[in-house]
Design a protein around this ligand. Sequence first.
Ligand code: R5P
Length: 308
Amino acid sequence: MKIFSGFSNTKLAEKVSRALEVPYFLPEKFVFPDREERIRITEGVAGENTIVIQPLSTPVNENIIETCFLIDALKRSGADSVTLIAPYLGYQRQDHVFREGEAVSLEAVIKMLEVCGMDRIIVFDLHSVRIAELFKVPVVHLSALSLFADKIKSLDLADNCLLVSPDRGGLRRVEELSRLLNGAGFACIEKNRDLATGGVEVKDIKIGSGVDLKEKEVFIVDDMISGGGTIVKAVEFLKKRGVGEIFVFATHPVFSQNAPLLLQNLPIEKVYVTDSISVSKNKQFPKLEVLSIAGMLAEEIKRIENKP
Ligand code: R5P
């Protein structure tokens, strides 16, 4: 088996390769003056099972094209199989037609990857579990929730804690996390998003009977933080209801626009994310802590390698 990395998160590839004690390879990349890219691999891969580590994160379109070219180069050079590890799958929020006339962008991206020769994909915390059904190739859907559960246990606040999903779509996540935390209480905020502007409005919170929000240590859990609007509205809403300390957990630090500044200035203790997406220096902030998924990926690669 040979491991390759695209250029979107080489630090993650480095950590995975260190955990497995095997090298990883980068392709040669040349960008022409008109922004076309040329990708070339210089390692022999004939008859090999190959792994490509490449989150489809910002710049999303560039990273998708680079991934397609890398998969194509591996297949043309005789690789037996290509498993794409895309811990963050760009375009996953466009998984169906929301308004008449729209493309199903995610489905188009999946077709491109499959036509280029992707044989299997490993992803983390998809926005919706139904996304896996859009693929023709096998999908391995991993989750960072066990990392979050370990972190929450280490904070020693579990007795008085409440897990909160900032929208209905995330209810499944807090239910699963509650299971990992021996039945911790959970609640779900009702959010509305304006499909034209992207603006977020919080309507209500659905919470188990007999559970009081007052003084609770709250753990907000989401799949991703993009512009930050969802978390900002959720925190404002919860603080008005008298909760105690708030900790935010999200698998994918998309961090678009001024999200890092918004998060740093919120009345919260910490923001925990994973390295499914590389957080550049200028997007890091004091309240941020990054948990690594590299160990989980290394285990999954071993599992694939040992499959008959
Ligand atoms: C939406 O349904 C997702 O689960 C996230 O809550 C959302 O994508 C976060 O986006 P933003 O940070 O821009 O509000």
